[in-house]
Design a protein around this ligand. Structure first.
Ligand code: NAI
Length: 318
């Protein structure tokens, strides 16, 4: 039996914790001793309206089970107010779970500026605002754990989700940078692409599949990543239905060209197989992981570029 990871004395903010995944995280943290700020604006799936009922219900559940929790009804766009609630109620904040989210799915041709802006505001700006308000507290206390919420749609793209997928991938790079900047202050940031039954997914999946996708099956990874004993930092995971896997970037060995005026678009075509060959890939994790000096040397050593006809674009407008 695995040892129980405890969070006694830790204060956790879970945004969008009035339902779905956020509720499962809030209950799980509280059952292991954490003080929990249950944030939820109480909006519809598309972000309309507002209500305190969703957050209140989860706070009641936690308190009835003997846990410690307070509600907060602000939008994540007012992240400083959510952090203020944590500090007022519990004196500090140790863990931020940026989970709140909405959907405005439409094919790109039908997507409006409002659909685009609302999604960026809640997911990207909201995660930024809550994290920003907690950041200096984390730095001063030399401890902080952050979970951001991406999505498979963000990693792979998905029909009807240009706005949402752009926002979700932004949260991956946001996390990667926070991890690099926070490491020296014992601030760890990781990002998950969950899959779970919730009001977000109930209309797009059959009932038997939904039954296997309990939000409670995502919570174990989130809690593990937030524990003080966990070193993982800056990583992306897919998680759901009892499956947990880490993802990373993969770069083909690539092709090198002589950087002079014989390097034409047709040369790229001539080496396309090399450019896209993943037989011996690298797994870069920072901008410095490309050996530019070595690549320049290699390019210099080339006697010539592949002979090719230049590509023409006559008649096209660019
Ligand atoms: P959900 O709709 O059940 O829960 C989201 C909660 O966020 C709602 O209670 C809502 O009131 C709250 N919320 C929305 N806007 C808010 C705002 N501005 N401020 C504060 N609270 C706000 O959705 P679910 O499925 O639990 O999603 C949680 C997160 O996981 C979201 O970020 C979602 O994009 C992400 N996700 C979920 C997947 C799934 O399979 N359920 C798949 C991939 C990502």
């Amino acid at each position: 039996m695995a040892q129980e990871l405890r969070f006694d004395g830790r204060t956790v903010i879970v945004t969008g914790a009035g339902g779905g995944l956020g509720r499962a995280y809030a209950l799980a943290f509280a059952s292991r001793g954490a003080n929990v700020v249950v944030n939820d604006l109480g909006v519809s799936r598309g972000g309309d309206g507002s209500s305190s009922a969703a957050a209140d219900k989860v706070v009641d559940e936690i308190i009835k089970a003997g846990g410690k929790a307070v509600a907060n009804y602000n939008s994540v766009e007012d992240g400083d107010k959510i952090v203020e609630t944590a500090v007022k109620a519990f004196g500090k904040v140790d863990i931020v779970i940026n989970n709140a989210g909405i959907l405005r799915d439409k094919s790109f041709s039908r997507m409006t500026d409002v659909d685009w802006d609302l999604i960026q505001a809640v997911h990207v700006r909201g995660s930024y605002k809550v994290t920003k308000a907690a950041w200096d507290i984390f730095r001063k206390q030399k401890f902080g754990r952050i979970i951001n919420t991406a999505s498979a749609a963000g990693i792979y793209g998905n029909f009807g989700q240009a706005n949402y997928s752009a926002a979700k991938l932004a949260l991956v790079s946001f996390t990667e940078t926070l991890a690099k900047e926070g490491a020296k202050s014992n601030i760890h940031a990781n990002v998950i692409a969950p899959i779970a039954a919730s009001r977000m997914t109930e209309t797009i999946m059959p009932p038997d599949v939904l039954a296997a996708l309990k939000p409670e099956y995502v919570a174990p990874l989130v809690l593990y990543l937030c524990h003080e004993s966990t070193e993982e930092n800056g990583s992306l995971f897919e998680v759901g239905a009892g499956f947990v896997a880490k993802l990373r970037w993969e770069r083909s060995k690539g092709a090198v060209f002589k950087a002079d005026d014989t390097f034409l678009p047709g040369c790229v075509a001539a080496k396309w197989n090399e450019i896209t060959d993943f037989t011996n890939p690298d797994f870069p994790s920072s901008p410095g992981d490309a050996d530019f000096v070595g690549l320049l040397e290699k390019a210099k050593a080339l006697s010539s570029n592949p002979k090719s006809d230049d590509l023409r674009f006559d008649g096209k407008v660019a």
